[in-house]
Design a protein. Structure first.
Length: 443
């Protein structure tokens, strides 16, 4: 059934006051055919795209005409207590008429989340439109994030194949979205590409994406979404596959973000192994922290490669297997690294030399620090393997630990371009002004 949208007009007295001011600028608001409301539980990882991380109830309308750029504003109202939230206009490349908002909900005693169906109002000059919404939420459990996320290249490719492990089998679709972190679209990074896939999808090549071209030197966020839909509709080619169909039907999703800097120069790959990607967040000192979620096997080497820094602090997470060894890359200009153990003992180690923690700790190391990386190494910013550190673990398990970079000082803005390294630029969030101040709930 087609929803009914109700026009709302200001009182006669208000109209009289505003008549002269708004008559020229007022534009009738419409909800185009195919547009609809949405409301879902959204579990977001830390990110550099400007989205508030954590569990969010997100809601809004997929298309409103005129757009925010055309003067339309909107707000959402809680039908139970009358509280309101702004609906932010996001001028996305994929949809310049998108409006969304949200809030951080409080979980129940059992850890589930519920929310009423928020109601929406839009205004443009003297014109206003109420948009009803019936998509409330009841007792939802957040979907965990994907894990074991890797980038892998061939010798001739400029973009990687990205692979991951889904968090659970009860999914209805997977979405891949690409945001350009260098371009604002309202309150967050511009969404420039999105495509939905079958719920069993665990790998996709970023090469030759339909109707999308990476821009040389641009900084992107690659987003992997795991979705459950209303009514349990499953992605089906030809019948239930488009954003217009699936996004509006989304009930519950998780979103994991990973940064990628595109270079037209093929990545030099001297390591026959994938790179494991971290999720970025910010420490209290303003520097980034990189956390991982990797299923590990004892003795297997896992290569991880953050941004350029003069050193790193490696820590395991609670209950993780300890580090068994580490091997650091051979870098011109860096003759030795210094590895400092938790008890204060320090060792000079050459690049390419395997450092065995089991020689000093029977159970391996829970943490260690690497320093001595020369700022004059001249690392290739086009090579995502430029500083790939390989670590092994003492037993099978899950590595949920962190790598925290150390820096000598905060560089001048003009020097960041020479320091954005690792994952083809994955990582350092300081190459531009952080969006993490007053992050929006929308998106």
């Amino acid at each position: 059934m087609t929803p009914t949208y109700r026009k709302v007009f200001a009182s006669t007295s208000v109209c009289a006051i505003l008549a002269f001011i708004t008559t020229v600028n007022a534009t009738p608001i419409t909800i185009p055919p195919g547009s609809t409301t949405f409301e879902f539980l959204d579990n977001r990882s830390a990110n550099d795209a400007g989205l508030t991380p954590g569990v969010i109830v997100e809601f809004g309308v997929t298309r409103v005409v005129p757009s925010g750029a055309g003067g339309t504003t909107g707000f959402a109202t809680n039908p139970i207590n009358g509280n309101t939230r702004p609906l932010n206009p996001e001028n996305y490349t994929v949809n310049p008429n998108f409006f969304s908002g949200g809030f951080k909900p409080t979980p129940s005693a059992s850890g589930t989340y519920s929310a009423p169906a928020w109601q929406f109002t839009f205004q443009n000059g003297a014109d206003a439109l109420n948009v009803p919404n019936s998509k409330g939420l009841s007792n939802l459990t957040p979907i965990p994030f994907v894990s074991n996320v890797t980038y892998s290249y061939t010798a001739s490719t400029t973009v990687p194949t990205i692979s991951w492990t889904n968090a659970q089998s009860t999914l209805d679709a997977i979405a891949i979205k690409i945001r350009n972190n260098d371009v604002n679209a309202g309150t967050v990074a511009d969404l420039q590409y999105q495509q939905y896939f079958a719920p069993t999808t665990t790998s996709i090549s970023l090469a030759n994406l339909p109707n999308f071209t990476f821009q040389n030197g641009a900084h992107y966020s690659i987003e992997i979404d795991q979705l459950q839909t209303r009514g349990g509709q499953v992605f089906t080619p030809g019948t239930f596959e488009t954003s217009a169909q699936i996004f509006a039907s989304t009930l519950n999703q998780s979103r994991s973000f990973f940064d990628f800097t595109y270079s037209a120069t093929p990545a030099a790959n001297g390591i026959n192994a994938p790179l494991y990607l971290p999720t970025a967040s910010t420490q209290a000192n303003g520097l980034p922290s990189y956390s991982f979620n990797i299923s590990t096997q004892a003795g297997q080497t896992y290569f991880i490669d953050p941004e350029y820094a003069i050193g790193y602090v490696f820590n395991i997470g609670s209950g993780d297997p300890n580090f068994a060894s580490v091997v650091l890359p051979v870098l011109a200009g860096t003759q030795f690294y210094t590895i400092t153990l938790a008890d204060g003992r320090a060792f000079n180690v050459s690049g390419g030399q395997i450092f065995d923690f089991l020689q000093y700790f029977a159970d391996g190391a829970g943490s260690f620090t690497v320093t001595g990386i020369s700022e004059q190494t001249g690392l290739d910013p086009n090579n995502p393997f430029a500083f790939a550190a390989g670590v092994t673990f003492t037993r099978d398990g899950i590595f949920t630990g962190t790598m925290d970079p150390l820096v000598a000082g905060v560089p001048e803005p003009s020097t960041w371009a020479m320091m954005i390294l690792g994952f083809g630029g994955v990582g350092f969030m300081a190459y531009r002004k952080h969006r993490e101040q007053n992050l929006p709930l929308a998106a």
